[in-house]
Design a protein around this ligand. Structure first.
Ligand SMILES: [Mg+2]
Length: 274
């Protein structure tokens, strides 16, 4: 079972009308939740100061599938070097309905907070890309007490941080949990229990335990491309079926020949590379 080409996932993500519909559906649900909470607070005479929405960026608000199509076509695996080059190129598109949703949040008096696994070194490029697409982002600096953009390795109390610490920080900063958390990977909602390092069956059991939160304060988007879900596929002897050993991660631009010849590639939207 060798899968690094990601062909089906990328064709589905870029080409299926169902994907666009699912994004619109998720944002519509998020809007309904926001409208209901604003109305409730208004009636109860409660302040809206603590009202904020947290969203992941990549494959929630930003579509990076051109990067993945380029990886597939050139036989590359994900690599921090090429990912950084892609981020610097500022070429991500908006996912369907994303810009309108984030504007809706601002218009309804709530704060829009972006929490991304992109790296701190890509702060300017990410802010430029988001703003060029029309996302509301007034404050994108690295000062955690006054920014809308949280990135991996940004300093929190002098230490490099990731999503888990950033969620805790936001809880303190706003004095309340976010009204909504949006993400395409469940670690966008709860970083520890839904880490990619957690066994697939345990992640699924957690999703069942959290059943009441999906569609309530946790809104999920469909992304088949990254492929961590493949770890659930096992051989009869219990070993993972998607056991292809990735090349050493920190050699520059690991390249392997594509595994499938794919005439459908001409349909894909692709990056041409750095
Ligand atoms: Mg994401």
């Amino acid at each position: 079972m060798l899968y690094h080409n990601d062909l089906d996932a990328i064709v589905y993500f870029q080409g299926a009308a169902e994907v666009a519909a699912l994004y619109y559906q998720a944002f519509a649900l998020a809007q309904m939740r926001l409208v209901a909470e604003v109305a409730r607070r208004h009636q109860a005479g409660e302040s809206e100061n603590t009202l904020y929405v947290v969203s992941d960026c990549d494959e929630t608000l930003l579509d990076n599938s051109d990067y993945n199509a380029w990886l597939m076509e050139t036989g590359r695996d994900y690599h921090d070097t090429t990912w950084n080059q892609w981020c610097q190129a500022r070429r991500a598109r908006a996912t369907p309905g994303a810009v309108e949703f984030c504007q809706f949040v601002i218009e309804h008096g709530a704060s829009m907070i972006y929490v991304s696994s992109r790296y701190e070194v890509d702060r300017q490029a990410t802010a430029d890309n988001l703003r060029a697409l029309g996302f509301p982002l007034e404050r994108a600096g690295a000062d955690a007490s006054d920014t809308q953009l949280f990135l991996t390795n940004m300093l929190l109390n002098g230490e490099k941080s990731k999503k888990m610490q950033q969620f805790a920080y936001l809880l303190q900063r706003f004095g309340a949990p976010p009204l909504l958390q949006l993400g395409d990977n469940l670690s966008d909602h709860e970083a520890e229990r839904y880490s990619y390092k957690v066994e697939a069956s345990q992640r699924k059991a957690s999703a069942e335990r959290d059943a009441r939160r999906w569609g309530e304060d946790w809104i999920v988007f469909p992304n088949p491309i990254y492929g961590a879900w493949r770890s659930s596929l096992k051989r009869a002897d219990g070993t993972p079926a998607s056991d292809e050993q990735p090349p050493a991660p920190y050699q520059p631009d690991p390249v392997r020949p594509p595994l499938q010849e794919a005439p459908k590639l001409s349909l894909l939207s692709k990056w041409t590379g750095p």
